[in-house]
Design a protein around this ligand. Sequence first.
Ligand SMILES: Cc1cc2nc3c(=O)[nH]c(=O)nc-3n(C[C@H](O)[C@H](O)[C@H](O)COP(=O)(O)OP(=O)(O)OC[C@H]3O[C@@H](n4cnc5c(N)ncnc54)[C@H](O)[C@@H]3O)c2cc1C
Ligand code: HEM
Length: 403
Amino acid sequence: MAPSGPASAQPPVSAEDVALVRASLAVVAPHVADLAAYFYHILFTRYPQVKDLFPAELDVQRERLVRALLRIVELVDDPGNLIEFCSRLGRGHRKFGTQSAHYPAVGECLLQALSHYAGPAWSPELAGAWQRAYTAAAEVMVRAAEEDARHRPAVWDARIVDRVHRGHGIAEITVQPQQPYPFVAGQYVSVETPWVPRQWRHYSPAHAPRPDSRLTFHVRAVPGGKVSNALVHHARLGDPVRLGPPEGDMVLRSTKGRDLLFVAGGTGLAPIRALIEQAARDGIGISQEVSLFIGARTADELYGLDDMLRMSQRYHWLRVRAAVSHQRIVGLEGTLPEVIAEFGPWYRHEAYLCGPPQMLGGAVAALRRHGIPPHHIRYDPWDTPVLTAPLGPPQPEEETDQL
Ligand SMILES: Cc1cc2nc3c(=O)[nH]c(=O)nc-3n(C[C@H](O)[C@H](O)[C@H](O)COP(=O)(O)OP(=O)(O)OC[C@H]3O[C@@H](n4cnc5c(N)ncnc54)[C@H](O)[C@@H]3O)c2cc1C
Ligand code: HEM
């Protein structure tokens, strides 16, 4: 495989290439899991040196590479968002220790795996089309990573300096990065722990930035969850963790007089709490009303409610409501999507949502039915955000001569 060079030296990805690549993906799509396993097998056999970059158990993640390729091919007619997607992916790969020189190896093994599962549909023309498409995407990733490396580290070393149990398997974990850690309220951070090396998980600081750069995460131990259980049950003061750069688009924006609606399920309250703290700092509540809905299955699981009620005593503009879905209580009963659908009207609000994927999907749909346009509903998905994060509307070709 040709090494990556400057974009201008590469043949462009033509409409014919796109048609060929799309048609071949339809052929291999039913075999994604096997294809991914085969790809990693060839990669680790031919290039054993890259194996150390990957976690010991790849079961959960190994289809992500193929899912990313599917997304790239989907976006190929939308070059602006394609560049945005590949750039995020490239920046996100810095923390894994990925080097530019690894890309040709991955491309070679990927093509080998694709040819294996495409069977008779594979041809020299198809191989050429895949080669050009992969190279174009890889170049954007490499360029974005190189650009990112000019102004910030790939990872921040940090130590756990506090751990407070909040009951029901939730702990507040505070870490102190060794270097300043700039982020914006509402963003999330990828975290690698010493107990499960190379398994990165995302957690959201539950506060606006602090002068000493300390970060407090609210972590819920999920049943069978490797990283969350280690953090909640095994972490000790002084233990090291590594942090990736802050990510995510759910940050406060100028809302031009729109009132604010916050919706939080479970530990999704963490970034929402950060946004409310930031709103208070920015003086947003002086002219706007702010409603917060917190949801859980049972009243016991409504973690953080007392804290938010205290905040609402401090900030008269903050209205807090809590709902539970699996228990009869005095108060709001139902899932968050059901409960917010009963209130409103919301069409003049800017909405910020965080929580498990099912809640998020239902709540976004309920708010859309209430007439909030999509660009006034902000959230970061909890399912591999780099793959599923919303992109902007399709962007015109002339802005995107990089591919
Ligand atoms: C943008 C973003 C922000 C996040 N912020 C937070 C946060 O602030 N606090 C927090 O506690 N978590 C947060 N998460 C979830 C977190 O990143 C991990 O997914 C979670 O801690 C589980 O990791 P694990 O290694 O323990 O579980 P794994 O070992 O990865 O998974 C074990 C099992 O648990 C299931 N599982 C994974 N995640 C969940 C979940 N959230 N609920 C129920 N079952 C699950 C898996 O399907 C699997 O069956 C966030 C996720 C994203 C994408
Ligand atoms: C076009 C090329 C590539 C694509 C589309 C791609 C895609 C992805 C995706 C989607 C993830 C999951 C990221 C996340 O969960 O945040 C991932 C993870 C990872 N990638 Fe890549 N990748 C590419 C190239 C490479 C290369 C060249 C290497 C270096 C060997 C590499 C090494 C890794 C590692 C170590 C991980 C973390 C472990 C894992 O989650 O599997 N990737 N990649």
